[in-house]
Ligand binder design. Structure first.
Ligand code: CAA
Length: 259
């Protein structure tokens, strides 16, 4: 499939990489870009060879938000009527295999929200995160008011949503928004290294781990633990559990077959 606003490639035949590619607009997220991103991630998700995905941008910008020029003329009918955001952005949330956001430069508004829809964020030391929608007379609309407080707590989420200020990479790591910070020229190596580690494991187990961690944000503790316990029990029905434990016991490297 030809892409206009993203570049798609694989690494080592097992990591699917989507690079946002609207450099002149700092990767501002318009509708066709989000359609392309969703389709590319779904295709990787359906490809048995792919064990993990990376979403990234340019050195200057992961994404500077939803496309303000496009949104400026939208009416209520355009947004509510066409299910703006829900229609295609939410595709990212439906991906079952792990998705890493490799963030360099600006991750603002919808850019920050897109990064937070991924499973974890690895940031370059020049990364800047923010929810500046308030400056435009709106509020975050792709989950920012919900995922940011879950990641960094109410105080910082309120500060960012109400003042529109940016958070640098060091503050983002301190606050729990990102899992690692690396030098900007090492960002893709670090993200790829993490993705390749994930690809070594059983896809059944990595999907279950992702599903179970995400459940923590959807349920109370007892229900969440019960959900985890059932998935944990279910994994004992897989050949990969037998393989992983046999390999440990016999001091050899496991060879998982995703079954
Ligand atoms: N939408 C459309 N175009 C954008 C954009 C956006 N979100 N962000 C940047 N651009 C464009 C600029 O208009 C500019 O285009 P021109 O060269 O044609 O003028 C180009 O990208 C470069 O931007 P700047 O000249 O502004 O670059 P800078 O380095 O001086 O500033 C910046 C960078 C601080 C990121 C600044 O561009 C900025 O503040 N951008 C807007 C950030 C923002 O408000 N994001 C939230 C959008 S709303 C949203 O996302 C809603 C939601 O929750 C889903």
């Amino acid at each position: 499939m030809a892409h206009e606003f993203i570049q798609v490639r694989t690494e080592a035949g097992k990591v699917g990489i989507v690079q946002l590619d609207r450099p002149k607009q700092l990767n501002a997220l318009n509708e066709p870009l989000m359609d392309e991103l969703g389709a590319a991630l779904k295709a990787f998700d359906a490809d048995p060879a792919i064990g993990c995905m990376i979403v990234t941008g340019s050195e200057k910008a992961f994404a500077a938000g939803a496309d303000i020029g496009a949104m400026a003329g939208y009416s209520f009918a355009d947004t509510y009527g066409r299910d703006y955001i829900t229609r295609n952005w939410e595709t990212v949330r439906t991906i079952r295999k792990p998705v890493i956001a490799a963030v360099s430069g600006f991750a603002l508004g919808g850019g920050c929200e897109l990064a937070m829809m991924c499973d974890f964020i690895i940031a370059a030391d020049n990364a800047r995160f923010g929810q500046p929608e308030i400056k435009l007379g709106i509020i975050p609309g792709a989950g920012g008011t919900q995922r940011l407080p879950r990641a960094v707590g109410k105080a910082k989420a309120m500060d960012m949503a109400l003042t529109g200020r940016m958070m640098d990479a060091a503050e983002a790591e301190r606050s729990g928004l990102v899992s690692r910070v690396v030098a900007v020229d090492k960002l893709m190596d670090e993200a790829l290294g993490a993705a390749l580690v994930i690809c070594e494991f059983s896809q059944l187990a990595t999907m279950a781990a992702k599903e179970s961690v995400n459940r923590a944000f959807e349920s109370g503790l007892s229900d969440g633990v019960m959900f985890e316990r059932r998935l944990f029990h279910a994994l004992f029905a897989t050949a990969d559990q037998k393989e992983g434990m046999d390999a440990f016991v016999n001091k050899r490297k496991p060879h998982f077959q995703n079954r």
